[in-house]
Design a binder for this molecule. Structure first.
Ligand code: URA
Ligand code: SF4
Length: 187
């Protein structure tokens, strides 16, 4: 199974109610051999219209964050906890996250990333632990089935509250160190 074949299957998913309000399903983007996997929360308005993750305002900030650690979009895979937009950008419901999770599990299974980065609380609570505290535990390494995983603030949170940016800069440097230890074809 390849990611593009899985993407084909996923396009018609009606696994939860978000299928009824989506314009485009946002499966994820990146090369099949990406070593770093970023996981956000769910598509916003621009993502829903374009079918690609992180292409709106938060996405532009994410691009800048990737540059800080010498990663470009072509070295990373970017996905979300839910693949269809929650109306009005509300948090995805627990039932929607559960319904969508098998898609992400299969993406991780195929990709076998060396490092996973959760963007924001929703992603960290799903992939690291249900009681994850983003303010206290961002920038720390945990394990997801043996894969090093860390969380940082969601780029949207950094847009709302620029005072968090220095903490995210430190988190990015921690990520960069891990990339240099574990990744082969990324700088
Ligand atoms: N926010 C997310 O969590 N994911 C996106 O794809 C865009 C914005
Ligand atoms: Fe299927 Fe996930 Fe979209 Fe729900 S959010 S319809 S589970 S792809």
């Amino acid at each position: 199974m390849t990611l593009s074949a899985l993407c084909e299957q996923c396009q018609h998913c009606t696994g939860c109610g978000l299928s009824q309000t989506r314009n485009k399903l946002v499966f994820g983007v990146g090369p099949e051999n990406a070593e770093v996997l970023f996981i956000g929360e769910g598509p916003g308005q621009q993502e829903d219209l374009q079918g690609e993750p992180f292409v709106g305002a938060a996405g532009h900030l994410l691009d800048d964050m990737l540059l800080i650690v010498d990663l470009g979009r072509d070295n990373c895979y970017i996905a979300n906890i839910v693949k269809c937009r929650p109306p009005g950008n509300r948090d995805p419901l627990e039932t929607e996250q559960e319904a969508c999770f098998p898609w992400l599990q299969q993406q991780i299974e195929i990709l076998q990333p060396k490092i996973i980065v959760c963007l924001g609380r929703i992603s960290a609570q799903k992939l690291i632990k249900p009681d994850f505290r983003i303010t206290r535990e961002h920038g720390q390494w945990f394990s997801y089935n043996g894969i090093p995983i860390m969380a940082m603030y969601h780029p949207s949170a950094l847009l709302r509250d620029p005072s968090k940016r220095p903490e995210s800069f430190r988190d990015l440097k921690i990520l960069q160190q891990k990339v240099s230890e574990l990744c082969t074809h990324t700088p």
